[in-house]
Design a protein around this ligand. Structure first.
Ligand code: PEP
Length: 249
């Protein structure tokens, strides 16, 4: 049985005062029936983890380096995330693939480091609008899955987020059949590569313009085990109804 996951990605948003949103979120969900994860900017991880220490809400990073230590100015290792209080990390987000030229290979070696450090590892995949319009979505997803996921994974630690690039921050969302098609495809590919035991226990998140008004419909799609939420995770009042929709799904 996969435990559902509501994950928030704050991206490059938030300074100290934003931590009040985490306090509000924790207050609203003292005993959630789903996992809740917030990934703030790296500068807030340590403070966020302290604030949430005695709550069920977990904190994650938005990226990590593939190496444990070394001459990599500005980078953060998976161990450093753990040390700061993170228990998860998002890898291969389309913004990192676009802004930092991250390839499937880059994501795979980062994921290997994150898994070794014991972090829940959320690997993002998703097609561009032109790829969808050219009917290449499943081929693109297949390539990202085989290239970005390391060979040694456990179903509990690995999470895949399907995030169509054209749906991120745009208010556009694929219809539920389209989401279901891709999630079903991802599940089949995982089962084929890792066996049914692991393949069935990996959680699959949908991401891209999820908000309170569309969450319930998306969470009703088979093989959607939760969401990776950007803009609507910044305020507890926006994220909380999404968590509640997932609890009722
Ligand atoms: C994201 O960036 O992971 C995301 C899903 O953003 P938004 O919810 O704002 O579309």
């Amino acid at each position: 049985m996969r435990r559902k996951l509501a994950a928030g990605n704050w991206k490059m948003n938030g300074t100290g005062p934003a931590l009040a949103q985490l306090e509000a979120l924790a207050k609203a969900h003292p005993d959630p029936s789903v996992d809740i994860l917030v990934c703030p900017p790296a500068t807030l991880i340590d403070r966020a983890a302290r604030i949430l220490r005695d709550t069920p809400i977990a904190i994650g990073g938005q990226d990590c380096h593939a190496e444990t230590t070394g001459a990599h100015t500005g980078d953060i290792s998976a161990e450093m995330l753990r040390d700061a209080g993170a228990t998860a990390v998002i890898l291969g987000h389309s913004e990192r693939r676009a802004d930092h030229g991250e390839t499937n290979e880059t994501v795979r070696i980062k994921a290997r480091a994150a898994l070794q450090a014991g972090l829940v590892t959320i690997i993002c995949v998703g097609e561009s609008l032109s790829e969808r319009e050219a009917a290449n979505t499943l081929d693109i997803i297949a390539g990202q899955l085989s290239g970005s996921i390391p060979d040694l994974v456990t179903g509990e630690q690995l999470v895949i987020a399907y995030e169509p690039i054209w749906a991120i921050g745009t208010g556009k969302v694929p219809d539920t059949n389209e989401i279901g098609e891709v999630h079903g495809f991802i599940r089949t590919r995982l089962e084929r590569r890792f066996g049914t035991g692991v393949g069935r226990s990996v959680r699959l998140l949908y991401g891209g313009s999820v908000k309170a008004s569309n969450a319930a419909e998306i969470f009703a799609v088979p093989d959607v085990d939760g969401a990776l939420v950007g803009g609507a995770s910044l305020k507890a009042d926006d994220f909380s109804p999404i968590v509640e929709a997932l609890e009722s799904a």
